[in-house]
Ligand binder design. Structure first.
Ligand SMILES: Cc1cc2nc3c(=O)[nH]c(=O)nc-3n(C[C@H](O)[C@H](O)[C@H](O)COP(=O)(O)OP(=O)(O)OC[C@H]3O[C@@H](n4cnc5c(N)ncnc54)[C@H](O)[C@@H]3O)c2cc1C
Ligand code: FES
Length: 254
């Protein structure tokens, strides 16, 4: 059930100069959050950042009443969210959107790039709890942009690509060896830059493997009211905030 709730800043984990994990702590119970759900975060004390910012939930601890977000600072809102004081109040609307579907699959490939890795800690945990064999393929520009590999390793194998070859295989995720030779995955999940997700979806489609992608369209209201986040699908335009952000890629007009 969707909630509007005040939290307080518990602390930060700085990953590099632009990337950080923000952890908030609240007093109320946290509703069930599914892998792929996101929150609309109000940037506190910032009248110039009027709209809430959509950010995937990285993780939540229902007992400790904490919720965390992995954020890449790209503009005013995400820069300000990275500079709050411990104890400062942060209002969020959550959990929003649909989520990745976990079915009867046996061997799964998760492909993440940039801030698109955020939903995959909780998805990995869910897959492991169902004994589903999972490979995480994480792409970054350079080794300084590779994060959370220790966390992913708890839930499956981790493969890396960097564009400059400083860590893992050199190139784009789609150049990685998992895509050549035997491809025996029965489900692919992806989140990251659009061109990456489109390329991954194309390969999965060509191999006849079901693929879900979480889209990061620009959003305003986040709850289906302003119509600013639409994506074209085979069934007409769909609202990424309310009918997504996760779509089966065979339904998207990419
Ligand atoms: C469902 C969803 C989940 C998301 N999850 C995460 C997450 O877990 N971590 C994270 O760091 N980011 C995530 N994003 C992206 C994040 O919402 C944007 O980066 C953020 O809103 C930018 O706000 P800003 O004020 O910092 O930037 P602005 O000042 O508004 O814009 C700065 C630059 O960022 C670009 N930008 C703005 N919004 C987006 C967007 N949605 N996608 C890509 N580029 C954008 C703008 O074009 C501009 O170039 C998610 C987006 C969506 C829709
Ligand atoms: S962001 Fe307003 S309808 Fe999707």
């Amino acid at each position: 059930m969707k909630k509007v709730q005040d939290f307080k800043v518990l602390g930060y984990r700085r990953l590099n100069k632009d990337n950080y994990i923000l952890t908030l702590i609240g007093e109320e119970d946290i509703p069930r959050i599914w892998p792929g759900n996101f929150a609309e975060i109000k940037v506190p004390d910032s009248p110039d950042v009027f709209l809430r910012r959509p950010i995937s939930v990285l993780d939540a601890d229902y007992e400790k009443k904490t919720i965390s977000f992995y954020i890449k600072a790209v503009g005013k809102g995400t820069l300000k969210l990275g500079r709050l004081s411990v104890g400062q109040k942060v209002n969020i609307v959550y959990p929003l959107g649909n989520h990745f579907v976990v079915g009867q699959q046996q061997k799964v490939l998760i492909v993440g790039g940039g801030s698109g890795i955020a939903p995959f800690i909780s998805l990995g945990r869910e897959l492991k709890s169902r004994n589903i064999d999972t490979t995480f393929l994480i792409g970054a520009r350079t080794k300084e942009d590779v994060f959370l590999t220790g966390e992913f390793a708890r839930y499956g194998r981790v493969e890396l690509t960097t564009e400059d070859g400083s860590m893992g295989e050199k190139g784009l995720v789609t150049d990685h060896k998992v895509f050549s030779g035997t491809f025996d995955f029965d489900k692919v999940y992806t989140c990251g830059p659009d061109p990456m997700m489109k390329a991954v979806a194309k390969i999965a489609g060509a191999k006849g493997v079901d693929c879900e992608a979480s889209l990061e369209n620009m959003m305003a209201c986040g709850i289906g009211a302003c119509l600013c986040c639409v994506s074209p699908t085979k069934e007409g335009n769909k609202l990424v905030c309310a009918e997504g952000p996760v779509f089966n890629t065979k339904d998207l007009l990419w």
